[in-house]
Design a protein around this ligand. Structure first.
Ligand code: ZN
Length: 235
């Protein structure tokens, strides 16, 4: 596959420097320490786009001024998105997660950047926040595994939300894939190394669910991904 975008992955230097193949990769930060190296990699390697932020698992111990540091990094890296940010009910600090999410999402909205969102068992709360807060130009629901009820509520709330899929074999995810607007589908590995075969497999699974050819689906998803990479600007 020549043209594809892994809409959500993480950067591992050895894996990416050994890779000479095609594709583009949206590499997400999880801690503040990721920001500088990721930004440097994105400047040096045109295959790589980055999202800078702090993952909900890693918000403990953030020092005062970290949101100013994020604003500064984004200012210096005008193509960077914000991510991965979110809410995760399997971790036991909901208030701190919520505050960190809101702070970062507002920066994405204010600076016109895509927000790459991790949400696990917290979609009701997330929906409420997304409905009430100023809107980021692009929202990516990374590794989406919500049901069709959540999917419909998210689509009704926003015409700029994308659903990024990894494994679509479970019945709930298959139902969600069947209902996702075609121009809002993305694919991802959430991995640490380029994996074109895994991306191709997910695209072909989605194509099969939607009764389309894998080639047509790959083209649609590629165009969708470019809008995301460009923070909602027309590619
Ligand atoms: Zn991730």
């Amino acid at each position: 596959m020549e043209h594809f975008v892994d809409a959500h992955c993480h950067f591992n230097r050895a894996a990416f420097s050994d890779y000479t193949g095609a594709g583009r990769f949206i590499c997400n930060a999880v801690t503040m320490e990721d920001w500088e190296p990721l930004a440097a990699v994105a400047r040096a390697d045109t295959r790589i786009s980055v999202a800078l932020g702090v993952h909900p698992w890693h918000i403990a111990g953030l020092h005062t001024g970290w949101t100013d540091a994020l604003r500064r990094m984004l200012g210096e890296n005008p193509h960077a998105a914000v991510g991965e940010i979110g809410l995760d009910a399997t971790h036991d600090n909901p208030d701190a997660q919520c505050n960190a999410f809101i702070a970062q999402y507002l920066i994405a909205a204010d600076m016109g950047r895509a927000a790459h969102i991790h949400c696990v068992r917290a979609w009701d709360k997330m929906l409420h926040l997304l409905k009430t807060l100023p809107r980021a130009p692009v929202i990516v629901a990374h590794r989406f595994s919500g049901n069709t009820h959540i999917l419909r509520a998210l689509c009704a709330m926003s015409d700029n939300i994308y659903f990024s899929y990894r494994d679509v074999s479970g019945p709930r995810t298959r139902d969600a894939v069947a209902e996702t607007p075609l121009h809002r589908i993305l694919v991802e590995t959430d991995g640490f190394a380029p994996a074109p075969a895994a991306i191709a497999r997910t695209i072909s699974d989605i194509a099969q669910i939607r009764g389309m050819s894998a080639a047509d689906m790959a083209n649609i998803i590629y165009d969708n991904s470019l809008r995301v990479v460009n923070n909602g600007q027309i590619a």
